[in-house]
Ligand binder design. Sequence first.
Ligand code: BGC
Length: 747
Amino acid sequence: MARVVVGCAFAVVIAMAASAADRPWIDRALSPDARAALVVKELTQEEKLRYVHGYYGGNLNGIQHIPQEWIADLPNSAGYIPPITRLGIPALKETDAGLGIANHRHMREGDTATALPSGLATAATFNPALAFEVGSVLGRETRDKGFNVVLGGAMNLTREPRGGRSFEYAGEDPLLAGIIVGEEVRGTQAQGVVSTVKHYALNFQETARTSISANIAWSAARESDLLAFELAIERSNAGAVMCSYNRVNGVYGCENSYLLTKVLKQDWSFPGWVMSDWGAVHSTVDAANAGLDQESAFLADSADFFGEPLKVAVAERKVSQARLDDMVQRILRSAFAAGVIDNPPQKAPTDLKRHAEIVQRAAEQGIVLLKNTGVLPLAANAKSIAVIGGHADLGVLSGGGSSQVIPIGDTPETEVPVGGPAFKFPGLGWVRQPAMVFDPPSPLAEIKRLARAARVRFANGKDIAEAVRLAKSSDIVIVFANQWMRESEDVLDLSLPDGQNDMIAAVAATNRHTIVVLQTGGPILMPWLNAVPAVVEAWYSGNRGGIAIANILFGTVNPSGRLPVSFPAGEYQLAHPEIVGKGTTTNPYAPGTVPPPVNGDAFEGADIGYRWFDKKGSKPLFPFGHGLSYTQFSYGGLKLEGGGALTVRFTVMNTGKRAGSETAQVYAVPPGGTAVKRLVGWARVELKPGEMRDVTVISEPRILAAFRENPDGWHLSAGSYAVAVGASSEDVRLNGKVELSGATLKP
Ligand code: BGC
């Protein structure tokens, strides 16, 4: 490690010693684009080719074919682009990912980081300012560990709630996902590092992820998944976009010129660079000409596409020199814009206390109280509490895969092996044993702390008879139920695994004060729902989740999270009752394997999640936007203004006895067509008992518009729009109609 520091410091000294005459790009008064262009002019062809060609960030037992001169500089992480030292251009040191600094695959013992709540949990806060703070935690830890590029935020809309990475993303709604992930990425980049928006696009499931084609009308994609990316990118000025493994309309994400060039670079004027997902490149000429700017880690691809082959392709003019220059220009301008060239990250201690406070607030605001018939909050004077299941004695559950953080406080005991061989890159050596990682502190310890006088006992829930015995002799039962999700594998169905449903049913039949705390990657089914008085959805709640859960249960914190995904009543309600390509497993890292294509028609088009339920007239178990509080709110005074834009004014009042936060949501239905509503905005308001607040929500025009192709553009219909204001997509409190004059907007 010491050698790495020396390498960095050397580059910095060189950079500082240079004069403005030698290196005109060090002039901070110039724009990032102008500065990048000056560097590009100085680069040799070899240097240009090198800056678009990535290595794994670790040495991987010496088989990565990395030139000796850079070995000492490898950051032991996801990716590495060597420096151009003679010009003071730093190496790009890329780390995973959106939920904290995650480099578990390289087994750096003791290298822990703050584990953030899952992406879905942050989305459930409906709190853009807090999402910015969460992103800032990620940005600071990226810097403090010496990285300058972070490979998060992740944001694929939840078209497939069984998708193994649903927990990383921000739910089913384009506006919510766009704003929340946009703010996270903005918060990250504000710390002086580059952040990446991924996986572009329609990468909504893991089954057959390297071969599946998400087939969808482009107009529908523009109104849904692509709109979410558009909103996040324009809000955050993300420096990089990662193209995805899957195909979209038959063409791989990383060689899809419609997605990469037409939409991203032309229509959205994205100035940054497109990097490939690890193993997502399949060609040289097609990928380069379609708009891929950097092959992230050639060893992950089935061949080395941007090394020697790109050099040859440029020499033979199959890829233009201008395209190669543009690739480098895009990378450099984002590096200048983020500040990583002017102010390179240096390893430094992190203010972990400050970060713990932020992630605790995020967990507390993201936890959703789904059901409560009065048992919550728990009275501090309950005499005996049984805590059952979910490894609640270890910590809170986290999701697996490249986003897996080894949390602060990790010990061998807080990792529960899931069996099977250690996770391995073919041919690259052994890495960790696959394990469910629990983030300390444990909810059990925190419940004990807040329960004061109560006797708190724990059973692991595996033996149903033991759980029932404990439930029988306790006043209150808190069951923790887990659904573990991980990258590269979808869950087979939406049922809680490992007999947990039977355990909950048996315990609830014994003790009618049974509260279920869910730790899931996304929606699940609840066959026992009628038998329990309270259900709390805690998601994967991160390094302070144990404290947050206890605070919610005991009412130290009033719950305020809202569902960023619909919970269906059964899989029959989903657009795909069965996962497309079920049974197809693909290993993105296996060189030379190109699995057969799977037809992944996105049947629901743009109408994902609650819109799909609207379209079908079906009733979910819990709707999008749902979440209870320990107080109550009333709504009134609806005033609508139409014309060119929709403005919605109303009041919200706390009519209960506790202070609390309401997330008032505004939905609208455009004229004509089917009665499918769209979330056009929301306001999260904190109110003391009896307090009333005026709220104004102005709609984002693209949400209400239709995207039409040839010529491309957004069309906002003239006519009468139905507006619904309420506490969820189903719990409508105020209704109205308003005339909009209609408009055509540029794509
Ligand atoms: C994942 C990406 C990740 C990359 C690098 C891939 O398997 O899909 O999200 O950033 O690995 O670790």
